[in-house]
Design a binder for this molecule. Structure first.
Ligand code: AFP
Length: 344
């Protein structure tokens, strides 16, 4: 019986799901629980960001050519150090590290692969705007029995993910995750005085069609004509289709995604010609797009690169980028119509 005043904790929820799966060994539960501990530590540090000497860039550039903030490094280290000892991971991959991260030899290895962006939206840290951690979990490919760490074993299409989700460090800290296969998308809010994530958003479903479009319109001149026509479409007036849509753009993917997941709408980061080294836009397939694509699919939405489902893209590189259209199913289908077809 549920004690009054105490909600369902994330651990309770994961254990219930584990019991429903007769093949489960408990390893996955251990993995998620340890990731949650890491997120609590990051959340505490993010909340103190204005108080301690942890703000500001380090002066270093990461492999994505972006300024590395101190909190990025902290979050990256916390996740790696907390996750490497549990005996469930084959390896990890982080936005902050160019190569796969091996498990130190003195710890046992498992079959799971954890890919993560430790602190997404980090350019928003200094201005108190929501940031987050994104994660996707895979199993080592069938037949992977050798001990050598091979990139090919980690590079799998997003539909192979066994779980995915994110933590958002905002007005409160929330974890949203799914294990796919119809188990639903669930959100848990960190209750600081109890120190636990409690179920706050059960079985989240995104509206089939939304009213919000989210895109960095400052890039308008860098887009091709199809992309411009798509954005012009969402801004045009048409009573029947509920346009114009409202524009909302935070610049933290997790925050923009979370809002649109709850309210409906479309987030877009298209290909552009702003930086010749990034012709597919800014976002990373394995570390950002795939986890959110799994969440949105399970919530009844859709994610595409304008031509095909994100989850079906065969990755070639751990850090490859992709255009991303994600959100309400009908809105993303509209995006596909413009990007890969003739428009409406
Ligand atoms: P930062 O981590 O450099 O702030 O980048 C955040 C991000 O990867 C993603 O969270 C945003 O959706 C996107 O970049 C914003 O990019 P623009 O500043 O080009 O709009």
């Amino acid at each position: 019986m549920q004690r009054q005043g105490v909600g369902i904790t994330i651990t309770q929820h994961i254990l219930t799901q584990q019991r429903e799966n007769p093949e489960a060994t408990g390893g996955f539960t251990t993995l998620l629980n340890e990731l949650i501990v890491a997120a609590k530590v990051i959340s505490r540090e993010v909340n103190q960001a204005g108080l301690v000497d942890i703000l500001g860039p380090t002066g270093k550039i990461n492999i994505q050519d972006e300024q590395v903030q101190k909190l990025d490094i902290f979050a990256n280290r916390v996740i790696i150090e907390r996750m490497q000892h549990i005996g469930e991971l084959w390896c990890m991959g982080s936005e902050e590290d160019p190569d796969l991260i091996d498990i130190p030899p003195h710890y046992p290895k498992g079959d799971y692969i954890l890919l993560f962006d430790p602190l997404d939206g980090s350019s928003n840290i200094d201005v108190n705007v929501s940031i987050g951690t994104i994660f996707g979990i895979y199993k080592r490919k069938d037949g992977g029995s050798g001990s050598e760490l091979l990139l090919g074993e980690a590079l799998q299409p997003g539909f192979n993910q066994v779980a995915a989700g994110y933590f958002i460090y905002g007005s409160s800290t929330i974890m949203v995750y799914t294990t796919g296969k119809g188990t639903g998308v669930h959100g848990f809010t960190l209750f600081p005085s109890v120190g636990e994530f409690l179920l706050s958003h059960q079985n989240i479903k995104i509206p089939e069609k939304g009213k919000i479009y989210s895109i960095n319109e400052g890039n308008y001149l860098h887009w091709d004509e199809k992309t411009r026509a798509l954005v012009d479409y969402f801004k045009a007036k048409d009573q029947e289709t509920g346009r114009p849509y409202t524009s909302r753009y935070v610049g933290s993917l997790v925050a923009d995604f979370h809002r649109n997941l709850l309210k409906g709408g479309i987030f877009m980061y298209p290909a552009d010609n702003k930086d010749p080294r990034k012709p597919s836009g800014k976002l990373r397939l394995m570390i950002e797009a795939n986890p959110l694509a799994m969440v949105i699919k399970e919530a009844g939405g859709y994610a595409s690169d304008g031509h095909r489902p994100i989850l079906e893209i065969e990755p070639k590189d751990l850090h490859q980028r992709t255009p991303l259209y994600i959100g309400s199913k009908k809105d993303v289908e509209t995006a596909d119509t413009f990007i890969s077809g003739q428009g409406i």
